[in-house]
Design a protein around this ligand. Structure first.
Ligand code: PHE
Ligand code: ZN
Length: 890
């Protein structure tokens, strides 16, 4: 907590550390009402900074430390007294006498009351840590910055009975028992690492054990630790881990480096998971999965997060970040790596569709809001606020563009050089780019603007066909809206993957003016200027362009397609992603027309072409069912909000619901046929985790949700049958969600009660139960959520619960959250104020929907701003909440 304004930290002020820590020897004594941490730091003057020392003497040593009670301090075995150092809220300052020295400290901390879940804390009955980004300073006095890398040895002592398992990074080297029922274990990590990668776990845990033989035939022990009741939900994560290890060898040539790799699942965790060296700590929601309790989507998330954290061992740990402004160096790159892994393990096109829909809805909104920042920010108040969609998702898109521009082989040359050159170092985004340039002999100077300029670029495209000259010209105009602190932007390098379709829907061979011969029908051109044209020659008939295939750049493209052209692309584009995207653009056009009708008080009239297009999809049995399901999904209300100048919440909701109703009514027969056929297979085969079955279930459930719009009794019966007689959470939760969003009050209430009764002891399933209800757009949403907050399974202390109920309501139930009287805003602000004291990171994340106030009408703007003002005036704010509130009011 703070009373003054938090300081702004600037990238331009970066300086290398004054001192280094070669060795870090830690001893933890864990007790129920406090813990003790002894740290022995073997330190020396940083030679890089020592130039002026001869005249000026050694600079003071300023260690980070927060919420620590200093019990003892000595330097080179000389006890220090209060006169020898200065202590404030966040630093311990002392004066070294020699260029090398050893510092010993003992502090008392209170993990048992740590609700912020940063540093050492308790999740249920176990001790665990979370140190990224700046949590280690809540454990001991330290140089808590990623460019200080040290060899760690850690001893943990605890009561044997309560905490039989004692873990830390690296390899176990010794253990033993003590008097009084306590025991200890010592772990040694041979790799130098920054403090943010430190981890410790103590608890009564069971583990599933397996092994992996690396490309050089070394055996690595794999262990996943969970609370005993979850031991049957670990196999999927273990399989995912082994696949990740193999994939990183095959695709990047990266081998695992320790003899043991451990994952621990904890229930209370601020984020998804953490890549601590050799000891990943996971939110249980990202590890535990079995058919009966986790949906297909949840299984895929586990696979992706396990891969992501594992991949960090190279992209993050072996090569780490110099400072936190470089966060995307590890996160953007690692998200790109995990996305490619998932694409290889599952459907590449579907993975890309999901990621792009997420990016466009959420990252584009962030990039257009008050917290917009470059992929490499230039300043921050609180680094925890910069674990953003921009750093992660847009950062990944930036790496993807490099991959697109250099090709897979060139990209691999670049990563090989990057890992070789920087192994064991803390480096910058510029170093990453330099490796790409050097390995490929290219100049990425202009490309680097993607790291420094915020905002989503616009790319407006027009066409000109000259039948006499047989040329077809595409003209591009790029621009980028102003973002906080950046009024003007320079042109980006925008790779545009494209094709030109002939009247039969085939890709024409492409030859640009000046080129000797035509290439294939798909190519990448780079738009590098504010305005730029490309002329294709030998074009006999006017083609239809397919632009930005696979979303080859994170931009908003516009081209004046009419609806018939979009329907044509939906059917014929050789790029599956663009087939989907054409369908989305068609839906957007149709929905926007309905939104206009609603606003003018006219009766809603749906363009029948959308129904025709959807019918064609349902009739074509040869299509990949996963693609059909994606293409039948209308753009979300959140996406329709993002693309609106001023979002009319009620009109958006009405237009989308009306369209869903019309689809359910008009396409009832083909939807029912698909539903029944797919459900019959589900019943016959039981749950199968394979891609084809996942696709089939997805389509089955989408069909059910449309069918239920009809309100027919036999659809209700089918839905109840599926709810009761299935063997997996994918079918059960979908049926429940469909019921919850229906008007069948009695059946709904019974299903909810029966589900909660059966799963009451499984917190992850209860999270889903909360979410399904929080997202229900029927009237009375706020009252339902308020009632659920009183449910015994709900607690504000568990971040998953907060996300499942408050987060789902504010982010996914737009029509209820934005109700015109502002009660939704007041509800969110009340809980942000409470959470600010409990868990600042979670409080600040939950705030995001309120920061988007500029998107709404005057009345809502005022109400939203008033709640932000109220939070600001509510007392002592954490730096996390203060930064977001003050920036969004600025
Ligand atoms: N570094 C983690 C990841 O993305 C995320 C994380 C950040 C977790 C901060 C906890 C705290 O893999
Ligand atoms: Zn990460």
């Amino acid at each position: 907590m703070r009373t003054e304004q938090p300081k702004v930290i600037y990238l331009k002020d970066y300086q290398a550390p004054e001192y280094l820590i070669d060795e870090t020897n830690l001893t933890f004594e864990l007790y129920e009402d406090h813990s003790l941490v002894h740290a022995q730091l073997v330190m020396r003057r940083n030679p890089e900074r020592a130039a002026g020392d001869a005249g000026a003497g050694l600079p003071p040593l300023v260690l980070d430390g927060q919420q620590l009670e200093l019990l003892a301090l000595s330097m080179d075995d000389q006890a220090l007294t209060a006169a020898d150092y200065q202590l404030d809220d966040s630093h311990l300052t002392l004066q070294p006498k020699a260029a090398t020295f050893t510092l010993d400290s003992t502090v008392r901390i209170h993990p048992e009351t740590n609700t912020a879940l940063e540093g050492l804390y308790k999740s249920g009955k176990m001790f665990c840590t979370q140190c990224e980004a700046e949590g280690f300073r809540k454990i001991t006095y330290y140089l808590d910055r990623p460019d200080v890398m040290s060899k760690f040895t850690t001893t943990v002592t605890a009561e044997q009975h309560r905490y039989p398992v004692l873990l830390s990074n690296g390899n176990p080297v010794a253990s033993g028992s003590e008097e009084g029922g306590r025991h200890w274990a010592t772990w040694q990590d041979p790799f130098k690492k920054p403090a943010y990668l430190f981890a410790l776990v103590a608890g009564d845990l069971w583990c599933v054990e397996d092994s992996f033989t690396t490309m050089t035939a070394r055996d690595v022990a794999l262990r996943i630790y969970v609370e005993p009741e979850n031991i049957d939900k670990v196999q999927h994560a273990m399989d995912s881990l082994k696949k990740s290890m193999r994939w990183d060898e095959e695709v990047y040539g990266r081998e695992y480096d320790l003899d043991i790799f451990m994952i621990v699942a904890v229930n209370d965790f601020n984020m998804g998971a953490m890549e601590n060296k050799g000891l990943n700590i996971f939110n249980s929601s990202c590890v535990l999965a079995k058919a009966e309790t986790a949906t297909d989507a949840a299984h895929q998330r586990v696979e992706a997060v396990v891969a992501h954290e594992y991949f960090h061992n190279w992209s993050g740990n072996r090569v780490t970040c110099r400072d936190w402004f470089q966060l995307s160096l590890k996160e953007g790159f690692t998200v790109f790596r995990d996305a490619e892994f998932s694409a290889d393990m599952n459907s590449r096109t579907v993975k890309r569709i999901e990621d792009v829909a997420f990016l466009r809805t959420n990252q584009f909104a962030e990039d257009a809001g008050p917290m917009a920042h470059p992929v490499r920010p230039d300043s921050f108040m609180e680094i925890s606020n910069f674990y953003t969609l921009t750093v992660y998702e847009k950062g990944s898109e930036v790496v993807r563009m490099i991959h697109t521009l250099l090709g897979a082989e060139g990209f691999r040359k670049g990563t090989d050089l990057y890992f070789e050159r920087h192994d064991g170092q803390a480096v910058t985004c510029d170093d990453f780019i330099k490796a790409m340039e050097d390995a490929n002999g290219v100049d990425l100077t202009q490309f680097k603007r993607w790291y420094s300029q915020a905002g989503t670029p616009r790319l407006a495209v027009t066409e000109a066909f000259d039948p006499a000259a047989r040329t077809y010209t595409l003209s591009f105009r790029q621009s980028c809206p102003a973002t906080p602190g950046q009024a003007e932007k320079l042109p980006f390098v925008i790779p545009v993957e494209l094709g030109l379709l002939d009247a039969a829907g085939n890709d024409l061979p492409l030859r640009l003016a000046g080129e000797a011969q035509a290439g294939g029908g798909n190519r990448v051109i780079s738009v590098t200027e504010a305005e730029q044209s490309f002329t294709f020659v030998d074009i006999a008939e006017k083609p239809l362009p397919s632009l930005l295939r696979g979303l080859s750049a994170p931009v908003k493209l516009s081209f004046p397609y009419d609806r018939d052209q979009l329907m044509f692309l939906m059917q014929h584009d050789s790029d599956g992603f663009n087939r989907w995207d054409a369908g989305q653009q068609l839906s957007v056009q149709v929905l926007q027309e309905l939104i206009g009708q609603h606003q003018r008080g006219e009766p809603l009239q749906l363009d029948p072409r959308l129904l025709t297009a959807f019918r064609t999809l349902l009739d074509d049995e040869s299509l990949d069912q996963a693609m059909v399901a994606e293409m039948l999904s209308l753009p979300s209300e959140a996406y329709l909000t993002e693309i609106s100048e001023v979002a009319d919440v009620d009109a958006i909701h009405a237009a989308r619901e009306f369209t869903r109703q019309s689809i359910g009514a008009t396409l009832f027969e083909p939807l029912l046929a698909r539903y029944q056929a797919n459900r019959a297979i589900s019943r016959e085969t039981g749950y199968v985790a394979e891609a084809a079955h996942i696709a089939r279930r997805t389509l089955q459930n989408i069909a059910l949700s449309y069918l239920m719009q009809s309100g027919k009794a036999d659809v209700l019966a089918a839905c109840l049958e599926q709810f009761k007689d299935c063997d997996n959470m994918t079918e059960r939760l979908s049926a429940l969600a469909v019921l919850v969003n229906s008007g069948f009050e009695q059946e709904k209430a019974e299903a909810l009660a029966c589900f909660a009764d059966y799963f009451k002891d499984d917190p992850l399933v209860m999270d889903q139960w909360f979410s399904v209800q929080a997202g229900c757009g029927l009237p009375g949403g706020l009252e339902r959520v308020q009632a659920l907050m009183e449910h015994p399974a709900f607690t504000l202390k568990n971040p998953n619960k907060v996300r499942a109920l408050i987060g789902a309501f504010a982010n996914q139930n737009l029509v209820n959250f934005h109700r015109a009287d502002g009660a939704g805003y007041r509800f969110l602000a009340d809980h942000v104020i409470t959470l600010n004291a409990l868990n600042p990171q979670i409080a600040s994340r939950q705030l995001a929907p309120l920061t988007r106030w500029r998107k709404y009408d005057d009345g809502r703007q005022q109400l939203m701003r008033a709640e932000l003002e109220r939070i600001l005036a509510s007392g002592e704010l954490s730096s996390d909440v203060f930064e977001v509130v003050s920036k969004s009011l600025a």
